[in-house]
Ligand binder design. Structure first.
Ligand code: GDP
Length: 141
């Protein structure tokens, strides 16, 4: 399987609960290399741009409000098959339906406040990584 990169966001609910470090530890223990990392407080415009594909969905306003509520941690993760592997480690969108020991099961609260984001395809991963990290900020070590 090819080495891929994917985007991770530790969402405001998890940062507020002081779980960013625990989540990053789980990520590293699961064999991902963290090749870019930054804490940022998303503006409304940045959050709307990131979730543009969801603009027509009924929860778009709630999602943008949540994602701009307090800081997030954005990271680029690298591993063989990273896109699928990070989705697997996160678990289902709704923490109540997520498999045991997944990050959303352990740290998420509900379908909206679900602790982490992960790119859902390689194409979206490329777009999302570029959205937050200009190329030079992504380490190739
Ligand atoms: P993901 O790929 O598992 O993150 O799920 P989606 O692409 O379907 O949704 C994107 C994000 O929107 C989710 O991670 C949630 O934070 C949020 N979301 C999804 N469904 C709902 C919902 O029914 N209500 C609210 N408030 N937020 C939702």
């Amino acid at each position: 399987m090819a080495v891929e990169r994917t985007l991770c966001i530790v969402k405001p609910d998890a940062v507020e609960k002081h779980k960013a470090g625990a989540i990053l530890a789980r990520i590293e223990e699961s064999g991902f290399r963290v090749c870019a990392l930054r804490m940022t407080h998303l503006s409304r415009g940045v959050a709307e741009g990131f979730y543009e594909i969801h603009r027509q969905r009924p929860f778009f306003g709630e999602l943008v409000q949540f994602m701009t509520r307090s800081p997030v941690v954005v990271a680029v993760l690298e591993k063989e098959g990273a896109v699928g592997a990070w989705r697997d480690l996160m678990g289902a969108t709704d923490p109540a339906k997520a498999a045991p020991d997944t990050i959303r099961k352990l740290f998420g609260s509900n379908v909206g406040e679900n602790a982490t984001h992960g790119s859902d395809s390689l194409d979206n991963a490329r777009r999302e990584i570029g959205y937050f990290f200009p190329g030079a900020e992504v380490s190739s070590l």
